[in-house]
Design a protein. Sequence first.
Length: 122
Amino acid sequence: MKDIESRDDIIFLVDTFYDKVKKDSVIGPFFNDVAKVNWNEHLPKLYDFWETTLFHKSLYKGNPIEVHKHLHQLSPLEKKHFEHWVNLFCTTVNELFMGNNAEQIKIKAQSIATVMQWKVQN
């Protein structure tokens, strides 16, 4: 297995992960039923977000905290949802990649989920 080295790797990771999310019984309904995500619009934003986060590029424009606060008002996001998201994300990374960037993206995902949960619920 190789490390996450490029935008193409980010796209592969994000697409693989969200294919799982769409079918997931725990967090899938937040995306499919509550937010009614338009994946053609959402996925490119996620590519930019993770490329910005991992490779320190200035691509992502948005406010994920506000989006998740709104979602929380529609259907409460609980600690178990954030933990499930992190577990599924890290499992997907482990299935596809190995190396320093793979480890870094898992650490960042955990950190982001922790901050997101705190800000959304407070």
